[in-house]
Design a protein around this ligand. Structure first.
Ligand SMILES: [Zn+2]
Length: 430
C-alpha cells in the first residue's frame, strides 16, 4: 500500500473528464480539451495557487516541457480565462462521478473499512454552507438575499457530505450537492431540498457503506427521517426542544430510561448522563414516523458544573450497551463544520475565493474540484507514504502548500513519489 496512489486518483479524474460531452462551437479555444481544462483547474486547487498555470506555461517555453505535462498528463495548458470559459459549460453533476470512483479506490485500499464505526457502517454528516458571496458578480444560478436597506448579496451554497469517525481529523468528502436556482423555479432552492436531491441521487450507491447520517436540527424533520429510513439507512439528528415542540412535549411526559458513566480526565471526574425513550412520534402534515430520543449531559463533578448538553433523535435502537457509542457518534457531527467547512474556507483551501464565476457552472465546478482536492489530500495522508513524509515535515497546512508550490514552480519533476520526497527535504537518491 502507499506508493503511487496519486496516479490512480488522477487517472479517475482524467477518465471522468474524458467522458464529458463536448458541446462547444468551433473556435480557437477548441485546441484545449475539456479534460486538460479540468485537470489544470484541479491542479490550481491541488497546489492552492491561482498563478500555477502561468508558471507552468513559462516552464514549457523555457524547457519545452512542464509539470502539467510530466505529472498531470496535460497536453495544452489554457490560460485562466480560457479555462473558466470551458468549465462554465459543464454541469457539476456530470463531473461528480469522479468522487464515486475515488471512493472505490479508497475502499480497495482498505481505507473505508477503517471508518466503519457503528454497526458495521460509516458516519456521514450533512451540512449546508456558503461557498461564495458578492454584491456585484453573479450568475443565473446565484441565490440572493436582500437586506432591509435594499442591499442585495448574491451567493452560492452547497450541501457538504463527508465520511468521518470519532478521534480522526481526516475526513473523506463525498460529492456535494449545490443549492442553486434553476431556470423557471419560482422559489429559491434550500438546504433541505438539496439534502433530499442528494439522497435520491447518491443513496443507492451508498448502500455498501451502511451509512448513518448526522445532521443539525434542520434535518430532524419528518420528511428527511422518513426518506432515510425508507432507503434502509439510519440517522442521528440533533433535536432541540425549541424547534421541535411536539417531540419535546412527548419527551416531557415519557418514562425515560437512563445510564450514567464516570471517567477521570486527569484533573476531574467527568460524569456522562444519558437518558432515552423509544417510539416518539415525529410528524408533519398528517404523516408520522416513530423515532427514538436520546439526551446527554456531561457534568464536571468537582466543579459541580454542566459542561455539555445535547439531544438527538435516531432510528437506531438504544440500550445501556450502545448508548455511549451512539452519543459519541452523534457528537462527531461537528466534524463537518470543523474539519470540512472550516478547513475548506479558512485552513488552506480558500473555498470562498472567487477563482472565476462564469455565466453557468464555473463557480460550482471550481468549488467541486476544490472539495475533490481535500479528498485527494485526505487519502494521500492515509495511504501515500511519500506524501505523508512531505506533509509531516510542515506543521500548518498552508505552510505545506507553500512547500509544494515552491517545488512545482521552480523545478521539473517526472515522478510524484520523488516530488514529495524532495518537498520533504529528503534526497530521493539517498
Ligand atoms: Zn452565481
Amino acid at each position: 500500500m502507499g506508493r503511487g496512489i496519486i496516479k490512480r486518483l488522477l487517472g479517475s479524474l482524467r477518465e471522468t473528464a474524458e467522458k464529458l460531452p463536448d458541446i462547444r462551437k468551433c473556435s480557437n479555444a477548441l485546441k484545449y480539451s475539456i479534460r486538460d481544462a479540468i485537470i489544470c483547474a484541479f491542479a490550481v486547487f491541488y497546489f492552492q495557487y491561482p498563478s500555477l498555470l502561468n508558471f507552468q506555461q513559462d516552464m514549457e517555453r523555457k524547457r519545452k516541457r512542464s509539470n502539467m505535462e510530466a505529472l498531470f498528463g496535460v497536453e495544452n495548458i489554457p490560460c485562466s480565462d480560457q479555462m473558466t470559459n470551458i468549465v462554465d459549460g459543464i454541469e457539476s453533476g456530470q463531473l461528480g462521478a469522479v468522487f464515486d470512483q475515488v471512493h472505490q479506490i479508497a475502499a480497495e485500499q482498505g481505507i473505508i473499512d477503517q471508518y466503519r464505526v457503528l454497526d458495521g457502517g460509516v458516519l456521514i454528516p450533512l451540512d449546508g454552507t456558503w461557498t461564495f458571496a458578492c454584491e456585484k458578480i453573479h450568475c443565473k444560478h446565484c441565490l440572493s438575499i436582500t437586506s432591509k436597506k435594499g442591499k442585495t448579496v448574491y451567493y452560492h451554497s452547497m450541501l457538504g457530505a463527508a465520511i468521518v469517525k470519532p478521534g480522526s481529523h481526516t475526513v473523506l468528502p463525498l460529492e456535494p450537492e449545490f443549492i442553486r436556482n434553476e431556470d423557471g423555479s419560482e422559489k429559491q432552492d434550500c438546504e433541505r431540498n438539496a439534502a433530499k436531491r442528494w439522497l435520491e441521487r447518491k443513496g443507492a450507491g451508498l448502500e455498501g457503506l451502511k451509512p448513518t447520517f448526522l445532521g443539525d436540527d434542520l434535518y430532524a424533520c419528518h420528511s428527511i427521517c422518513e426518506k432515510i429510513v425508507g432507503m434502509g439507512m439510519s440517522f442521528i439528528f440533533t433535536c432541540k426542544e425549541e424547534s421541535h415542540p411536539w417531540i419535546a412535549e412527548q419527551v416531557k411526559y415519557a418514562e425515560m430510561e437512563g445510564h450514567k458513566r464516570r471517567e477521570w480526565n486527569g484533573r476531574n471526574h467527568i460524569e456522562y448522563r444519558y437518558e432515552w425513550v423509544k417510539g416518539i412520534e415525529n410528524r408533519a402534515e398528517g404523516e408520522k414516523i416513530a423515532v427514538n430520543y436520546l439526551s446527554l449531559q456531561i457534568w464536571n463533578e468537582e466543579k459541580q458544573e454542566k459542561t455539555y448538553s445535547n439531544s438527538w433523535i435516531t432510528d437506531k435502537a438504544i440500550s445501556v450497551e450502545n448508548v455511549s457509542l451512539l452519543a459519541e457518534c452523534a457528537r462527531t457531527r461537528w466534524k463537518i463544520e470543523n474539519e470540512y467547512n472550516n478547513v475548506l474556507k479558512c485552513r488552506g483551501y480558500n473555498l470562498e475565493h472567487n477563482f472565476g464565476h462564469g455565466q453557468e457552472h464555473a463557480a460550482d465546478i471550481y468549488c467541486l474540484l476544490n472539495v475533490l482536492c481535500l479528498l485527494f489530500h485526505s487519502l494521500q495522508e492515509l495511504a501515500d507514504e511519500a506524501y505523508r513524509v512531505a506533509r509531516g515535515s510542515f506543521g500548518r497546512r498552508d505552510a505545506f502548500f507553500w512547500g509544494l508550490r515552491y517545488e512545482i514552480c521552480r523545478y521539473l519533476h517526472e515522478d510524484w513519489n520523488l516530488f514529495f520526497l524532495t518537498v520533504a527535504g529528503l534526497d530521493p537518491d539517498g
